[in-house]
Design a protein around this ligand. Structure first.
Ligand SMILES: Cc1ccnnc1
Length: 294
């Protein structure tokens, strides 16, 4: 066994469900000795290679290996891993502030400077990941969580590295999984992938943060994918009327079809919208409130 063969319930009390997804369930757990709370991610493992249910073990081992490398304040920490016959349980840092988008939706309005504070943390986490040659490949609102929504400056944590991949030097990797609204064009046309795929998703997430609209979403997934491949989006006149031109410039430099023409996470962090160089540039940022459609 690669992971602890003991029964997870000998060490943790299993509490309420926090979330569930393609992988299985995430439940709040309490460590019996320390009485501290964590998040237990219960992953169903396939019994036979041909069964459709559950995950194959290698993809779980990959997620564990990646989380064991990534130690950063904006990336969810992995504490322990247990396995039984049919299940692997990841004991993760508890991120209990909910998803970023629920937080913003319930706040109704949000200033550009608040959106920037969130994006700075997401970009710091991404910069660290990309420096370690790791790409998330599934960046979307559900995978960006807050550690404590009560605090005035909540901390952002990136979660769910189930589709993440660690690139070896010069190796080519292709994958067509992901969520239509957020995936980069090169993922749809099954071309070689890179860290630039995550940067496209940041462009989509920023567009939504500032307007509440999803830039490529169509009536169906098929229509959405067509819009993505055609890089067919525009800044809706009504919702973007109060958005600063620097914010639009930031998005335009990420939603570019050719992957290597997009800004990197490092370049994003020094873009004038994120890092104003002079006082006047800071004043140019719009102080308007942003309408968030629920
Ligand atoms: C949903 C979740 C995942 C990881 N940590 N806390 C909560």
């Amino acid at each position: 066994a690669l992971f602890k063969p003991e029964n997870v319930e000998d060490f943790y009390e299993i509490e309420e469900v926090l979330g569930s997804g393609h992988f299985g369930q995430v439940r709040k757990v309490c460590e019996r000795t320390s009485r501290t709370h964590w998040a237990g991610k219960f992953l169903k493992i396939r019994k036979t290679a041909c069964s459709r249910l559950g995950l194959d073990r290698t993809s779980v081992e990959r997620e564990v290996e990646i989380l064991q490398i990534l130690h950063h304040p904006n990336i969810v920490a992995l504490k322990d891993v247990f396995e039984s016959r049919s299940e692997v349980v990841l004991i993760l840092e508890l991120v209990s502030g909910g998803e970023l988008f629920d937080f913003i939706a319930e706040k109704e309005n949000l200033l550009e400077c608040e959106a920037i504070e969130f994006l700075k943390q997401i970009l710091e986490g991404l910069k660290f990941m990309h420096k370690n040659n790791i790409v998330h490949f599934d960046l979307k609102p559900e995978n960006i969580m807050l550690s404590d929504k009560g605090s005035p400056h909540p901390n952002i944590k990136l979660i769910d590295f189930g589709l993440a991949h660690r690139f070896c030097q010069g190796e080519e990797y292709r994958s067509t999984s992901g969520t239509p609204q957020y995936i980069a064009p090169e993922m749809i046309s099954n071309e070689p992938l890179s860290t630039a795929a995550d940067m496209w998703s940041i462009g989509v997430i920023t567009y939504i943060l500032l307007s509440g609209l999803s830039p490529f979403q169509g009536e169906t997934d098929e229509e959405t994918l067509k819009n993505v491949i055609a890089t067919n989006y525009q800044f809706n006149k009504h919702y973007f009327s109060m958005t600063s031109s620097m914010a639009k410039d930031f998005i335009m430099k990420l939603l570019i079809k050719t992957p290597n023409e997009r800004m990197t996470a490092e370049e994003c962090l020094v873009h004038p919208w994120i890092k104003p160089i002079t006082r006047t540039q800071a004043d140019k940022r719009s102080r308007s409130s942003i309408n968030m459609r629920s």
